[in-house]
Write a protein that binds this ligand. Sequence first.
Ligand SMILES: *[C@@H]1O[C@H](CO)[C@@H](O)[C@H](O)[C@H]1NC(C)=O
Ligand SMILES: *[C@@H]1O[C@H](CO)[C@@H](O)[C@H](O)[C@H]1NC(C)=O
Ligand SMILES: *[C@@H]1O[C@H](CO)[C@@H](O)[C@H](O)[C@H]1NC(C)=O
Ligand SMILES: *[C@@H]1O[C@H](CO)[C@@H](O)[C@H](O)[C@H]1NC(C)=O
Ligand SMILES: *[C@@H]1O[C@H](CO)[C@@H](O)[C@H](O)[C@H]1NC(C)=O
Ligand SMILES: *[C@@H]1O[C@H](CO)[C@@H](O)[C@H](O)[C@H]1NC(C)=O
Ligand SMILES: *[C@@H]1O[C@H](CO)[C@@H](O)[C@H](O)[C@H]1NC(C)=O
Length: 429
Amino acid sequence: MCHVRKSHLFGGICLITCFILSFNFYWPRRYQLTRSGSPPICGVRVSHDTITPLKGQRTFIISAYKDNREGNIIRILGIVHHQKVKELYCYFCCNSNTNVYPTRAGIDIHQDRFGFPYGLADIICTEPPDCRAEFVSVHWSPSEVVHNLTSFRIRNRDPGQFTANFTVCFSTMFGNYSNVLQFIQTIEMYKILGAQKVTVYLNNCSRQMEEVLQYYTEEGTVEVIPWHIQRYLKPSKRWRYPSDGTEIGYYGQISALNDCIYRNMYSSKFVVLNDQDEIILPFKHRTWDTMMESLQRENPKVGIFLFENHIFPQTVVSNGTFTDTSSWNRVPGSNLLQYIHREPDRPNYFNARKMILDPRAVIQTSVHSTLKQYKNSKYVPLETALVYHCRGPLQRNLNRSSLIKDDNIWRYNESLIRNVNGMLNHFLT
Ligand SMILES: *[C@@H]1O[C@H](CO)[C@@H](O)[C@H](O)[C@H]1NC(C)=O
Ligand SMILES: *[C@@H]1O[C@H](CO)[C@@H](O)[C@H](O)[C@H]1NC(C)=O
Ligand SMILES: *[C@@H]1O[C@H](CO)[C@@H](O)[C@H](O)[C@H]1NC(C)=O
Ligand SMILES: *[C@@H]1O[C@H](CO)[C@@H](O)[C@H](O)[C@H]1NC(C)=O
Ligand SMILES: *[C@@H]1O[C@H](CO)[C@@H](O)[C@H](O)[C@H]1NC(C)=O
Ligand SMILES: *[C@@H]1O[C@H](CO)[C@@H](O)[C@H](O)[C@H]1NC(C)=O
Ligand SMILES: *[C@@H]1O[C@H](CO)[C@@H](O)[C@H](O)[C@H]1NC(C)=O
């Protein structure tokens, strides 16, 4: 089982370590690759991409994270073929830069793959004792020459301080996304509600949206993560596999959401998982800060809060009497202040939920709930908040009087109009 020879590094602890690791991992051999004094062998070819293919291995690495919650665990997020990837090894470059130990990885494919051949996997390796690797490489074979491999910087090594109370994660933006006005209003609403940051996994958007993203990036609100998944896999626009030869669901939404949680694990107190056409709107409170403070006080064991999704169809328009919105006509896209009617829930139908969560309480997430976590989940009742989801109708045959009037968004009209106008003043001139 354990083929590690005695060495100055591991001598005394080999037995214990092998005993612990033999449950899931083992070191197949030990590789002495360079003598000290040679140029550093680690991190020679470091990937700076968000999706990096391992050639011929049906594996695409997203990011490597130290998981401080689980001892010496390095969790590498990667997209893998669910049947063909059975064996992977992590190559750590330990601090001396002289020895590299391939360790066998555990491969935990996330349960929510929705029938597609490719899905997100946690590639889990135990870092060798006394090793504080800055980089890690991955390969299916345990006998590679490490400097031939691409390495990935291990993030989250040093948990810093919060730089945000709330970070919103958008899963993939794709298909020439061009709803500029709604996007600007949505970002300004998040800021009013208490967000400091929005992480956008960008596949494709219109020219003008690129400029908007650039504006918010310079402002410090938006972080754009390039997400060119179609270079490597055939992405589907559907979430469930339609047996049409595509390879991964919804442009890799699940992968983006999980990466966003780990990326923001120590920089953000809360992470908000919703799409770009959704806003979690409180009823009882004015901001997410006060709402979450109250929800956490009432539910100390809960780390994942789920909010009901409600469709505000863009086919039913209500013009409020708001002044100062004339410049909005010059911006393409929908105007949120016109949509104040929501569809009623359908009985016997899955009513989706979206989440505000403590990222440190989550191990794996899906879209409408988490899959593995350290803390409990709670459904937040409709009296407290809902997900304002402004899009085309799901129940097309309903007329205005069959919808529920809900003008909660208008509570924010003054600050929203002021802030959108402030942004447009800079942006349009
Ligand atoms: C490493 O790469 C070199 C050239 O890039 C190649 O000649 C060599 O065979 C590779 N070694 C292994 C073990 O893959
Ligand atoms: C988080 O919220 C608190 C209170 O609402 C505020 O004082 C603090 O500045 C916020 N933190 C950040 C990083 O914006
Ligand atoms: C988005 O896709 C269109 C059409 O394929 C292309 O012309 C455009 O350059 C792409 N934009 C980005 C930002 O990739
Ligand atoms: C993208 O959207 C913009 C705005 O709606 C449109 O002008 C442009 O032609 C679209 N581009 C493509 C490649 O579809
Ligand atoms: C709302 O205003 C738009 C023009 O901005 C107009 O086309 C539409 O008919 C108005 N709808 C209602 C219900 O007043
Ligand atoms: C709206 O739909 C309801 C139920 O389908 C119907 O009774 C009502 O007459 C409709 N109202 C209008 C204005 O079409
Ligand atoms: C706009 O907001 C103000 C307070 O901020 C409120 O008094 C007013 O009723 C709101 N307007 C509408 C149409 O709801």
